[in-house]
Design a protein around this ligand. Sequence first.
Ligand code: SF4
Length: 187
Amino acid sequence: MRVILSLLNVETADTTLSHAAYDSKVEGNIIFTRLDAAINWMRKNSLWPMPMGLACCAIELMATGSSRFDISRFGAEVMRFSPRQADVMIVSGTVTYKMALAVRRIWEQMPEPKWCIAMGACASSGGMYRSYAVLQGIDRLLPVDVYISGCPPRPEALLEGLMKLQRIIEGEKPIEDQIAEIRQAQV
Ligand code: SF4
């Protein structure tokens, strides 16, 4: 009741109405965009990593989550140890044949859309282990979106890789177009 009375006390009805109907501050707070662009923007800023730490590179991966490097600046601090809650797998370390199929199974348990970062020389190419026991790159088992060089790469390199992945996600086509392309390729 007190609010209504105060409105009636304003000098004229016109000024009250114009103030209520138009606020110049609102103008600067409205953004027009496409739905696909908005979805991509939300996805790239809320990546939930599946930390696939297999060897020494995993120590750098862990350091990336520390306050010094602060991966949460990119919205990717929610490390999930459940594949069903993760959308980016960070393979960091040597992938032995013994471990490879377990990595593949975890990848398959992650829901779409999903992405993969190969962190370090071992995950990207087998690194210095040119041996019968080591897979020569995780891309032999699953699609990799970003490769990060180094043995081990520093946390800054992982953050750079994450930013590259964000740029990839930003430019992704709508899911209907992707499905249509896959169907066309199958014909
Ligand atoms: S790239 Fe180097 S640091 Fe990383 S897992 Fe291989 S040997 Fe270890």
